[in-house]
Design a protein around this ligand. Structure first.
Ligand SMILES: [Fe+2]
Ligand SMILES: [Fe+2]
Length: 255
């Protein structure tokens, strides 16, 4: 089977680009399941019920998020009611929503887990301990982990920690696709960062002049999504659904 994972979709432009390209990617590559990180899919960062609904409508099976998951006021209710909208699993108990979902395809079940790194990000519960707990509960060998983290070292460590225990560890959050995709020992697909989907000539999706001003003068600035043409960053993981082992991981950039 093949799972397509699309990196952080940025703003209306990113969502529209997914809408334009996804059906063709699915057809060309024979994709069975699509997972999208939607933590920046709203126009001003975060996710809204509209951007979530649109990503599902255009063909996603499950939406993961990250450090911007609760940016919009009142969004907790959406996490509580949508089983295929995830927030990082290592948020404290009592926080709305959940950090894993199982997609039932009839002949097989595929689990998606969302975790947040704790280095240079929020000091949530330890993601390594959290995934150990989750792996005891999940009753399918097909497990895809979106590890939303800043530090490459934390992501690499998670990849090796889960090698042979999950189907894939896919890093997100930096919005820059890394070229280290590999299948680790035991059949675990790994990449440090899948990248982003949205305006390409931008700083992580944001208008370049705004970010330059911030770095040059340290002034508070209002981030605006760049108007440059979009690209899509993703990976396709090929795996055997009978044992959950990945055989290939391929990077994808669509312009
Ligand atoms: Fe992001
Ligand atoms: Fe993030």
């Amino acid at each position: 089977m093949k799972l397509l994972f699309i990196g952080d979709v940025v703003g209306d432009a990113g969502v529209a680009f997914v809408k334009e390209k996804l059906w063709r990617i699915k057809k060309e590559h024979g994709i069975d399941i699509t997972v999208i990180n939607g933590e920046n899919s709203a126009q001003n960062n975060g996710i809204t019920s509209d951007s979530f609904a649109e990503l599902i409508r255009v063909g996603a099976d499950c939406i993961t998020t990250g450090n911007h998951c609760f940016r919009h006021r009142g969004i907790e209710g959406l996490y509580a009611s949508e089983p295929f909208l995830l927030r990082p699993a290592n948020y404290p108990e009592g926080v709305a929503g959940k950090g894993s979902a199982v997609i039932d395809l009839g002949r097989t079940r595929v689990a998606v887990v969302n975790l947040l790194g704790t280095m240079y990000l929020e000091s949530l519960d330890n993601p390594f301990g959290e995934i150990d707990r989750l792996l005891e509960e999940l009753d399918t060998p097909n497990i895809f982990v979106d590890f939303h983290a800043e530090a490459t070292s934390e992501k690499k460590a998670m990849g090796f920690y889960l090698a042979g225990r999950v189907t894939a560890v896919l890093g997100t959050h930096t919005h820059v696709q890394t070229a280290d995709e590999t299948v680790l020992e035991g059949g675990t697909a790994y990449i440090t960062d899948v990248g982003m989907t949205g305006p390409e000539r931008s700083v992580l999706g944001v208008e370049t002049s705004v970010v330059i001003e911030k770095f040059r003068y340290h002034r508070p600035v209002q981030f605006r999504v760049s108007k440059s043409p979009c690209f899509l960053n993703g990976v396709i993981v090929t795996f055997d659904e009978r044992n959950g082992r990945a055989s290939a991981v391929e990077r994808l950039i669509v312009r």
